[in-house]
Design a protein around this ligand. Structure first.
Ligand code: ATP
Ligand code: MG
Length: 344
């Protein structure tokens, strides 16, 4: 097949906040995915979407399918932008559709769906203006997060607060810096888990990955903050969490966590692949924090490839499986069902 790999390249932007490009991909990651696709016998076009007119690009460079890891340009629906354009152009692509991508990017809307499905998620309150009265049912400590960011942007040690004064300070900070509504959640003390789902003909739930922050003593970072994600493995900064895959869990709890992740994948309507972030409280209740329908695919640093490796799956087979899942899904659907061809 002829495959286009769509991505946003991570690059330093002067005058922008340090985490401005955190969601975007490094050249090494893009190259690794492209090599993996080539290793399966396909041709690859690299398409950096930030500076590309996709309509004219694909008119001049037609492809059979797109392997999409692009986060989009900006805004509330950014992860949906590339899939929406591809839908319009009638080009199949890997991963979820615009609806699931926009939903998953909005943490509060995701939580509403989870609650309606009976899936545990931390108690929360959404702050739009910043001055709303705190719901007295919420118990400190609370964590303050931008409602629609990824890669832990805007989530640092200071974001966990123990009193109202600090709570409103952090809410103001997030509103000012990220220009969006703020999700305040009860902070779940307990183990950090993440669960990968891959639809490769069957549905595979990878071994659960546990991230243990007790080895981050030098930094005292005790959850998956932006600094831990951005500088993961940096011993000088003390950002060296320990990864256990499979997680250190009893079989019964492992099954419960996997079931919750799979139900989340289906509830949000994800395709091909997803990674669900979970905190297990001291009573072993798995609280879903969020789902990532575009999980990081860096072969060394990203969580999903770590899980695939623990399952005995090579990196190129993981990438190949995502591609084949999308290809088979699109083959089972009429290409232009209900639509006129061309005209764009
Ligand atoms: N309610 C919570 N209780 C405990 N820890 C939390 C909670 N919410 C977030 N965290 C911590 O902050 C991290 C990042 O939060 P979250 O997954 O919501 O952000 P994100 O930006 O969407 O992350 P990703 O990088 O996976 O896209 C979590 O992995 C967890 O360590
Ligand atoms: Mg997360």
């Amino acid at each position: 097949m002829k495959v286009a790999l769509t991505y946003n390249l991570k690059k330093e932007e002067s005058g922008k906040p340090a985490d401005y490009c955190s969601e975007f991909d490094k050249e090494e990651t893009v190259a690794a995915i492209a090599d993996a696709i080539r290793s399966k016998g396909h041709k690859v076009d690299l398409v950096e979407v930030s500076s590309c007119n996709l309509f004219s690009h694909f008119r001049h460079h037609p492809v059979d399918i797109v392997f999409n890891i692009a986060e989009g340009k900006s805004g509330r629906y950014r992860e949906s932008q590339i899939p929406a354009i591809l839908d319009l152009l009638n080009i199949p692509y890997t991963g979820s559709n615009p609806l699931a991508l926009a939903l998953a990017l909005d943490k509060t809307l995701t939580k509403k769906v989870l609650i309606s499905e009976g899936i545990p998620t931390p108690n929360y309150q959404l702050f739009r203006m910043g001055r709303e009265a705190l719901n007295p049912a919420l118990k400190f400590p609370l964590i303050v997060k931008p409602n629609r960011e990824g890669s832990a942007k805007g989530i640092n040690l200071n974001n966990v607060v123990f009193d109202r004064v600090r709570l409103y300070e952090e809410i103001d900070k997030v509103i000012n810096e990220y220009k969006q509504e703020v999700l305040v959640e009860e902070f779940i003390e307990g183990r950090e888990l993440t669960v990968g789902v891959l639809e490769n003909g069957k549905t595979t739930i990878f071994p659960i990955l546990e991230i243990d922050f007790s080895t981050c003593t030098k930094s005292n970072e005790y959850f998956y903050s932006w600094r831990v994600k951005e500088f993961q493995g940096n011993a000088d900064l003390g950002l060296t969490p320990t990864f256990y895959c499979p997680a250190r869990l009893d079989k019964e709890i492992e099954n419960k966590v996997k079931e919750v992740a799979l139900r989340t994948h289906h509830a949000i309507g994800c395709f091909d692949v997803s990674r669900t972030d979970i905190r297990l409280n001291k009573d072993n209740v798995p609280y879903v924090l969020e789902i990532n329908p575009l999980p990081g695919l860096d072969p060394v640093e990203s969580n999903l490839p770590m899980m695939a490796k623990a399952a005995g799956m090579k990196y190129e087979d993981l990438v190949g499986a995502i591609l084949m899942s999308a290809s088979e899904r699109s083959a089972s659907l009429p290409r232009s069902a209900g639509r006129a061809e061309g005209g764009i």
